[in-house]
Design a protein around this ligand. Structure first.
Ligand SMILES: *Cc1c(COP(=O)(O)O)cnc(C)c1O
Length: 506
């Protein structure tokens, strides 16, 4: 009986050919490759089938047959076909006020970095060619000297992203050996990066110490064994613990590692004197190393954020880290990359690890990264030309002209009878694991609705635009934070999209 109803309902679904002859799709078939329209029709029917089955399953329509709305399926197919025909990875307008927005591509790159990437993309390049020696060169050379200059490190290596950097360091130095880490720092970042998972994948044995809110240097000391390879510090990127908390400083970890390493060296000397053991090939294989995963990794001290300012890479190295790793596209403001800086003997070992070949950067990223790093040679220039830094450090006064421009553009296109528009003081966020909890005062342009509503308008601006516009809803109004507007044409794009929404809503 139930089976009969099911079969009968499913038979009512339109055939693909039938669907392709309906008006919304037939028109599209002229403009789009047929295969695309067919795929869209199949997907729309599949969706309808799934929906029908789930309705039948949950019994609501167990007794009466489920209605099939062929017209709705055809419309859905047409929308899917249109969506498939335009590029999937497109530009968006970020008016959400989150500067390093991971879902929206993190950092916007400096114009000169974009230009550098374009140049190496459209022609051949010195990617692995040394013009001085007229011989094969290394792709690592382009950024290494700059990174050393900017961080005070002896050596540097850039790989695909910081998750890859962490993986590489753990795998090289801690495979089948122990890494000690504070329980308070076993973080998850962006839903897909968890320190314990990376640890397991790398073959490192994780030793957790301390409690969620407090870890003392003594916890590390008591966990130290002959098998300890790394003392790991992880930057708590996307949260801050406040109140009754304590974490161990790099200085303390370094002092502990130094003491242990002296002890290991002395013991090795004594053992080799007794000739019952061969010494380690590298001191680094014997030593305990201090490694910090800085996450965002700032090259400049952003004093405008006071106590929220992140420690710089330079500071962590000076305090005694043997290695520090950080992202290229977070606060640095460059392309996606994972940068590792530190002792030369350790970086040399990372370069020789086959994983670093698997995780290497491509030429466009290297060109953009090199150019971004060059901008840092003059801090004023970096603050001015690297959009991530310029956006993060813009004051409310700096933002006022842009807010007034957007306000005027909106007032020009929407009559005051259907909505009211004004400028409000709001807060932006750094995002990307940088400066968590830091409220950055900003200006936003607010639309309060008389006709239509914020949810519908938000949907229209995201779903129905060639260039989607991402704002923020607060109470019943829609906000556009001007801090994260990246291009001069974005004010017009917002005004045009809002005007079209109201034309349809009215
Ligand atoms: C963001 C982050 C990572 C991951 O970096 P990706 O460049 O996104 O791979 C790792 N560790 C910390 C502490 C982070 O904040």
């Amino acid at each position: 009986m139930v089976q009969d109803i099911r079969q009968k309902a499913l038979r009512e679904l339109p055939q693909i050919e039938e669907l392709l002859r309906t008006s919304p799709l037939e028109q599209l078939c002229d403009a789009l490759p047929r295969a695309m329209a067919v795929q869209a029709a199949r997907d729309a029917v599949d969706e309808a089938r799934q929906e029908m089955l789930s309705l039948l399953e949950h019994g609501k329509n167990g007794a009466c047959p489920v209605q099939v709305d062929s017209e709705a399926i055809a419309l859905r197919a047409a929308r899917l076909a249109l969506a498939a025909a335009r590029p999937s990875l497109r530009r968006v307008v970020n008016a959400a006020g989150v500067v390093i927005h991971t879902n929206l591509g993190r950092s916007v790159m400096a114009p000169s970095a974009v230009e550098a990437a374009r140049r190496v993309a459209e022609g051949y390049s010195t990617l692995e060619y040394d013009t001085e020696r007229m011989a094969r060169g290394s792709r690592n050379d382009h950024c290494e000297r700059l990174l050393c200059l900017l961080t005070g490190a002896q050596a540097a290596l850039a790989v695909n992203n910081n998750a890859a950097a962490v993986m590489l360091v753990l795998s090289e130095f801690s495979k089948r050996r122990q890494t000690i880490v504070s329980r308070g720092q076993l973080v998850e970042i962006g839903g897909s990066f968890r320190i314990p998972d990376i640890m397991e994948l790398s073959g490192a044995h994780m030793v957790e110490v301390g409690t969620t809110n407090k870890t003392h240097v003594n916890d590390f000391k008591q966990a130290l064994t002959d098998q300890t390879a790394l003392l790991l510090k992880v930057h708590p990127s996307n949260y801050r613990m406040t109140g009754f908390t304590e974490s161990v400083s790099v200085k303390e970890l370094k002092a502990l590692a130094d003491k242990e390493n002296r002890y290991r060296a002395e013991r090795e000397l004594a053992d080799s004197a007794k000739q019952d053991q061969r010494p380690w090939k590298h001191a680094a294989s014997r030593d305990v190393l201090v490694y910090e995963d800085q996450g965002s990794g700032s090259l400049l001290h952003l004093s405008c954020f006071n106590d929220y300012a992140e420690p710089t890479v330079h500071e962590s190295l000076r305090e005694g880290c043997d290695l520090v790793s950080f992202s290229g596209d977070k606060i640095l403001g460059g392309p996606q990359a994972g940068i590792i800086v530190g002792r030369k003997d350790l970086i040399d070992r990372l370069k020789a690890n086959p994983l670093s070949r698997a995780l290497r950067l491509d030429k466009m990223t290297l060109a953009a990264l090199e150019e971004t790093l060059r901008l840092y040679l003059s801090p004023e220039r970096a603050l001015r030309e690297i959009p991530t830094l310029a956006m993060l450090t813009a004051t409310v006064n700096d933002l006022r002209p842009k807010a007034e421009q957007l306000l005027a553009a909106l007032q020009a296109v929407v009559p005051s009878k259907i909505c009211s528009v004004d400028i409000v003081e709001e807060v932006s966020r750094a995002g990307g694991g940088a400066l968590p909890m830091c409220d950055i005062p900003t200006l936003a342009v607010r639309i309060s609705f008389i006709v239509g509503n914020a949810l519908d308008c938000e949907r229209a601006l995201i779903q129905q635009r060639q260039t989607p516009i991402i704002g923020r809803i607060k109470k019943d109004s829609l906000l556009f934070d001007v801090r994260t507007l990246a291009q001069p044409d974005e004010i017009d794009l917002i005004a045009k999209a809002v005007a079209e929404y109201f034309e349809k809503a009215a």
